[in-house]
Design a protein around this ligand. Structure first.
Ligand code: IDP
Ligand code: MG
Length: 136
């Protein structure tokens, strides 16, 4: 069943640093996502720790939080039918080495940590993550 959904997308520091944010936004638009909100910001490490709290027991948690707060990012609310799953498909696998051809991570990802984009993994988490960046 198709349902109009919103998901949170982040263009991560490695991609913003390479000025890929507009190119990546165009990919989303071409694939039928409507960018409802977007802002370029840099977050504090403590905020990154809150955002990635689900990963707090993972060995890579500290590096991950340092990384997300290391430079500007672009946070976006994307809207489309089945947006959560559609965005996950368009992003590709977490490790760019495993990401399918034509996906954003295959195209731009540098490594498993510098994988250019974040996307919510469920409708429930999308709501929490959208609220995290766009509280109004
Ligand atoms: P996802 O971004 O594809 O949803 P998650 O498992 O939720 O992947 O992990 C969050 C982020 O943590 C990933 O995007 C990646 O940047 C980083 N990460 C995941 N697994 C590893 C790892 O094994 N080593 C280093 N970083 C990792
Ligand atoms: Mg995830």
């Amino acid at each position: 069943m198709n349902k109009l959904e919103q998901t949170l997308s982040i263009i991560k520091p490695d991609a913003v640093e390479r000025n890929l944010d507009n190119e990546i936004k165009e990919i989303f638009k071409k694939k039928g996502f409507v960018i409802k909100k977007a802002k370029k910001i840099q977050i504090e490490k403590t905020e990154a720790e809150k955002f990635y709290k689900v990963h707090e027991t993972k060995p890579f948690y500290n590096d991950l939080c340092n990384y997300l707060s290391s430079g500007p990012i672009v946070a976006m609310v994307l809207e489309k039918e089945n947006a959560v799953l559609e965005n996950r498909k368009l992003m590709g696998a977490t490790n760019p080495k495993d990401a399918k051809e034509g996906t954003i991570r295959e195209k731009y990802g540098i490594s498993i940590d510098k994988n250019s984009v974040h996307g919510s993994d469920s409708v429930e988490n999308a709501k929490v993550e959208i609220n995290f960046f766009f509280k109004d």
